[in-house]
Design a protein around this ligand. Structure first.
Ligand code: ADP
Ligand code: MG
Length: 701
C-alpha cells in the first residue's frame, strides 16, 4: 500500500460524511486514513466467551449470550416509557430494556430469530436484565470480520452524543481494512523482524483492531509498542549523533598543571570508583572535538562537586574559563567557599557573582572576566545577565538543572563565539527508563556510589501518639552533642493552615525543650531573609540544638553535626522531597536518624512512600517507586518530551521493551548512520515521514 493512500483525507472513507469527518478531526485528531489506522483501542471486550442465562452471576462485567426474543412490550412508568423484550435461551430468560430510541428498535427487532446480545447486566428482584444491549443477528455476527476480542476505542462525550459510537468507529475501521485490503507496508527491517520474532506490520495492525484471541493481540501489541519506542529512540540517538558531528567544541586535549597538581597533591580524599569513571567520561568528551552535552546524576552527597572542579581544571589548563551556576544564593556561596578551599594551593582565580554582589565588586568581576584574569566564576542567575561577558568560556556547569529552564541554559551557551561544553548536575535521580526517553539525546553519567565510611541513615516511621518517646530520643541525641532538624510541610495552597501547624509545633517544642538548657531556631518562608540567615547561622555555629523549619532547608544547608531529621506530617510529602530532606543528615561521622511522623490516617500511596523510605536510601530505587506512584506526567522534564504522547506503549509498564528498542536503535544507527542501506529502506522511509509529520525534536529541544 503506498503512502498516498494512507494520506487520503478521512472525508473520502465510505461512511464518513462531512459532519463525521469534522467531528473525527476535532475530537480525535483524525484527519487521514493513517490517523484512523493508528487509533488504537484502549481496551478490549472479550467476546470469545458465550454465557448461558442460567450461568449469569451478579459479578459479571459484560456478557455475551445467544438466544432469541419472544415478546416485546412497552411499559408505562411515572418517569416515562420503557421498552422491554423477553430474551430466552435453553436455560432461562432475561429482560432487555430500552429507555431511548424505542420506536426504531421496536420496528427493527425481529422476533424468534437467533441474536447475539452483549452488554452489562443488572440484577434486581431475583432476575437479570440488560439495558441497551448491543445486538446482532447470529448470522451477521458469524460473517462479520469483527473479531471475538472487541476493541473499545478512545472516545469523547461529543462523539458519543453525535452517534459516533464505538460500533461506528469499528465499522469505519472495517471499511478501511476492506479498501486497503490490509496491504500495509512494512515499517521495520527484515533483520529486526527476524531477530526479535516480531509480527509483521500487516499482521499487527489487523490484530490490534480485530484480534482473534488474546495471544494474537499480545503479539500485535508487542510489535506496535516496540515500533513506537524504536522510532522515538532512533530520533533521540540520531539527534545526539548529529549534534556530535555538527556542533564542534573546543578540544581540551591537554591534561595540564592544575589538574595534575590537584590530582597528585591536593585531593582531600581518594576518589570513589564512580567518581573516577565519571571524570574519565567527561575527559573523553572534552578531548574530542564535539561539544559536550552531558547530564551528571548523583545522589545527594555522592560527591559531584569534586567532579565539577576537576572538569573545570581541565578547561583552565587548556586556556579557557569555566563557570558554575547554582539555583540559590546559599548554594552558590557554599560552592564558592568549598571550591576556594579546595583550590587554595592552586594558581587559579575564583569569584562569586550573585544578586547581592556589590556594584564595585561586580564591575571588577566583569572586567576580569573580559580580560581573562578570572578563571572560574560561580553564581546564580546573575551569570546570565547581558553584562557578563567571558573572554573564552570553555565549560559551563549547571547544578540542579531542574530549576533552570532550557532557555536560560541556551543563554549561557551563547556567551561566546563557540558554545562551551555543558555539564548539568542533578541530585534528583531520574529512573533510567525515563532518562532514556526524556534525555535520550544527552549523554548521561551516573555516580552510583557514596564515598566510603558513610553510615546508613536509620529511618523509622512513628505515629503521632509516640511523640513523647521521640522527644526523649531527641534529648538523648542532644545530650551527646548532636543537633536536630524538625521539618513541617508547607504546601502553597494551604499556606495559612500550614503556617499555623508550624507555629503550633514550634510552641510545643519550645515548651518541651526549655531555655536555657535548650535553644531552638526557627526558619520559614515568611521571615525576612536577614532574620532567616541569622537563625540559620545560629544553628550552623551550634548555638541552637534544634532547627524547626519548613522545607526551605531542602536545598543547600550543610551542618555535619546535625544527625536527626524529624519530618512532621510525612505523609504529605512526595518521595523525592522526603529523600532530599533526609539527605540533610548523615553528613558527619556520627550515626544519623530520620524519623517520619504521621497520623494513623494514611492513604495506600502514602504507606508505600513511607515504606520505601524506611526500606532504602538508594535514590534511584526511590525514583523508580516515585515514577510508578505518580506516573511520568509529574516527573520533571516529561512535559516537553513527548513521552506522554505515546500511542500504545507505556513508559512504566513497557520499560523492558524500551530497553530493547533503545539498544536496537543504537545498533541500527551505529551500523548505518544514515540508514542508507537497502536493508534499512523501510526504516528510512518511516523515519523521514515521522520527522515530516510529527517532529518530536520540537518537543525535546
Ligand atoms: P553532592 O554530590 O551532593 O554535591 P558533595 O560534592 O557536596 O556532594 O560531596 C559531599 C561530601 O562528601 C563533601 O563533604 C565531600 O567533601 C565529600 N566527598 C566527596 N567525594 C568523596 C570521596 N571520594 N571520599 C570521601 N569524601 C568525599
Ligand atoms: Mg552538590
Amino acid at each position: 500500500m503506498n503512502a498516498n493512500f494512507l494520506q487520503t483525507p478521512i472525508d473520502y472513507l465510505k461512511g464518513v460524511g462531512p459532519n463525521r469527518a469534522d467531528l473525527l478531526k476535532k475530537e480525535l485528531g483524525i484527519h487521514t486514513f493513517q490517523d484512523l489506522l493508528n487509533l488504537f483501542p484502549n481496551r478490549y471486550l472479550d467476546r470469545t466467551q458465550y454465557y448461558k442465562i442460567a450461568q449469569l452471576q451478579q459479578t459479571n462485567a459484560e456478557v455475551q449470550i445467544v438466544g432469541k426474543i419472544t415478546h416485546i412490550k412497552t411499559v408505562e412508568q411515572k418517569r416515562g416509557k420503557r421498552l422491554v423484550a423477553t430474551f430466552i435461551d435453553e436455560t432461562g430468560s432475561i429482560d432487555l430494556v430500552w429507555f431511548r430510541g424505542q420506536k426504531w428498535i421496536r420496528e427493527n427487532l425481529k422476533l424468534n430469530e437467533p441474536y447475539v446480545i452483549f452488554g452489562k447486566t443488572n440484577y434486581f428482584n431475583n432476575s437479570f436484565s440488560m439495558p441497551h444491549p448491543e445486538m446482532e443477528l447470529l448470522d451477521a455476527h458469524e460473517k462479520s470480520i469483527r473479531s471475538a476480542m472487541q476493541p473499545v476505542y478512545p472516545s469523547t462525550e461529543k462523539l458519543g452524543n453525535s452517534g459516533i459510537t464505538n460500533r461506528v468507529i469499528n465499522g469505519l475501521m472495517q471499511q478501511l481494512f476492506l479498501e486497503s485490503k490490509n496491504n500495509f507496508a512494512e515499517t521495520l527491517s527484515k533483520p529486526l523482524l527476524e531477530q526479535l520474532k516480531l509480527a509483521s506490520k500487516k499482521e499487527a495492525l489487523f490484530n490490534i483492531h480485530f484480534p482473534k484471541s488474546q495471544a494474537h493481540l499480545a503479539r500485535a501489541q508487542y510489535r506496535l509498542k516496540f515500533e513506537e519506542l524504536f522510532y522515538i529512540q532512533l530520533q533521540l540517538i540520531r539527534k545526539n549523533l548529529i549534534h556530535k558531528s555538527k556542533i564542534k567544541g573546543y578540544t581540551f586535549d591537554k591534561i595540564g598543571e592544575n589538574f595534575n597538581t590537584f590530582f597528585s597533591e591536593h585531593l582531600p580524599f581518594d576518589l570513589t570508583e564512580a567518581q573516577k569513571r565519571v571524570i574519565k567520561e567527561i575527559r573523553n568528551d572534552l578531548g574530542s572535538n564535539a561539544q559536550m552535552n552531558r547530564l551528571l546524576q548523583g545522589d545527594v552527597g555522592s560527591g559531584k562537586t569534586i567532579v565539577a572542579l576537576m572538569s573545570m581544571l581541565i578547561a583552565i589548563d587548556n586556556g579557557f574559563q569555566a563557570c558554575l551556576m547554582a539555583p540559590t544564593e546559599i548554594l552558590s556561596v557554599q560552592h564558592y567557599t568549598g571550591l576556594v578551599e579546595l583550590c587554595k594551593k592552586l594558581n587559579t582565580s575564583i569569584e562569586i557573582l550573585t544578586g547581592s554582589t556589590k556594584t564595585s565588586k561586580r564591575r571588577e568581576i566583569h572586567e576580569n572576566l573580559e580580560n581573562g584574569e578570572l578563571d572560574i566564576l560561580i553564581g546564580t542567575h546573575a551569570l546570565l545577565e547581558d553584562k557578563v561577558k567571558f573572554k573564552n568560556l570553555g565549560l559551563a556547569i549547571v547544578d540542579e538543572q531542574h530549576r533552570f529552564g532550557v532557555e536560560q541554559r541556551s543563554k549561557l551557551w551563547h556567551k561566546n563565539e563557540y558554545p562551551p561544553h555543558v555539564l548539568v548536575m542533578t541530585a534528583t535521580p531520574i529512573p533510567r527508563t525515563l532518562a532514556m526517553s526524556v534525555y535520550g539525546d544527552l549523554d548521561i553519567s551516573i555516580i552510583d556510589e557514596l564515598p566510603p565510611g558513610r553510615k546508613d541513615i536509620k529511618t523509622v516511621h512513628r505515629f503521632d501518639a509516640n511523640r513523647l518517646k521521640v522527644f526523649r530520643f531527641i534529648k538523648d541525641e542532644i545530650l551527646k552533642g548532636r543537633q536536630v532538624y524538625i521539618v513541617y510541610p508547607l504546601i502553597q495552597e494551604s499556606e495559612t493552615m500550614d503556617y499555623k501547624d508550624l507555629m503550633d509545633g514550634y510552641e510545643s517544642i519550645v515548651r518541651e525543650f526549655t531555655m536555657p538548657k535548650y535553644q531552638v531556631s526557627i526558619v520559614h518562608g515568611q521571615m525576612k531573609s536577614a532574620d532567616k540567615e541569622y537563625e540559620m547561622n545560629r544553628f550552623v555555629k551550634g548555638e541552637t540544638q534544634i532547627m524547626v523549619a519548613t522545607t526551605v532547608i531542602e536545598v543547600g544547608v550543610n551542618v555535619p553535626n546535625a544527625s536527626v531529621m524529624i519530618i512532621e506530617s510525612a505523609e504529605r510529602f512526595g518521595l523525592s522531597q522526603l529523600h532530599q530532606l533526609r539527605g540533610r543528615v548523615g553528613r558527619g561521622a556520627e550515626q544519623s536518624y530520620c524519623i517520619l511522623m504521621t497520623s494513623h490516617k494514611l492513604s495506600t500511596d502514602a504507606k508505600t512512600r513511607l515504606e520505601t523510605m524506611v526500606r532504602t536510601s538508594d535514590g534511584f530505587e526511590i525514583a523508580e517507586v516515585d515514577l510508578k506512584l505518580r506516573g511520568p506526567g509529574d516527573m520533571m522534564g516529561t512535559q516537553q518530551s513527548g513521552v506522554l504522547n505515546l500511542r500504545i506503549a507505556d513508559i512504566i509498564k513497557d520499560s523492558e521493551i524500551l530497553k530493547i528498542a533503545r539498544s536496537y536503535a543504537m545498533q541500527t544507527l551505529k551500523a548505518d548512520p544514515n540508514l542508507s542501506s537497502e536493508e534499512n529502506s523501510a526504516i528510512k522511509n518511516t523515519y523521514s515521514q515521522l520527522v515530516k509529520y510529527r517532529n518530536i525534536w520540537n518537543y525535546i529541544s
